[in-house]
Write a protein that binds this ligand. Sequence first.
Ligand code: IPE
Ligand code: IPE
Ligand code: MG
Length: 239
Amino acid sequence: MTKDVPQTPSSSVPRHVAVIMDGNGRWARQRGKPRTAGHRAGVRSVRRIVRQAARRGVEVLTLFAFSQENWKRPEVEVKLLMQLFRLTLDREVKTLHKNGIRIRFIGDHAGFSDDLRAQMQKAEALTADNDGLVLVIAVGYGGQWDLLQAAQRLAAEGRPIDAENLSAALSTAEFPDPDLLIRTGGESRISNFMLWQLAYTELYFSPVLWPDFDDDAFAEAMAWYVGRERRYGRVPEAA
Ligand code: IPE
Ligand code: IPE
Ligand code: MG
């Protein structure tokens, strides 16, 4: 929700951190390895950032793992990414659950296999009552898809398309909007991530490739956030 947000200097810990995990392919190429090796190395960074976010008291961590446009990649890469996704869920969910983390998935999951969808639902159900960090995995996600599905749902139900209803129909309705967006990998673009929800998010672009994004890199991003003054279109308090 972007309405009624108080004008604040950012409190020291962002409630919601969203991450565009980019640069796996280049990381691998630099090492003369196939792109898939970069995706494997990226999983280690996922583990690290989940641990750090939980430790620092972040409420929601959203990780952009696979965009709708990523379906356009070569079939072998898409297959590997799906395999890796399944394997990682298999390996990690128990530990996440033990650590009190609640897992949620957002995106258009129609293209996923029944097995994978079932696995995702199982992880959500298992961790539904946990009260630690909420880990949101955006897979098959697109910001335009999210806005469209929300608008179409409201239209189908004959409800007015106003800001409140639209926010509440987005796949992210239950979470606060991101306070901090981190994109690794050196590109300064949103790549169809949360288009509505990022309206007043602080945007942090890091040149570090995702597999190299370590605890220090995350600490740097968090420290940068503390220095932002969030005005939401208003004038500074002292003015
Ligand atoms: C991000 O890394 C992972 C996904 C999009 C799934 P990339 O695979 O985009 O890596 P680069 O940007 O080609 O280096
Ligand atoms: C954005 O990375 C999507 C994810 C990290 C999941 P891409 O590599 O797909 O973005 P572009 O193609 O460089 O914009
Ligand atoms: Mg990329």
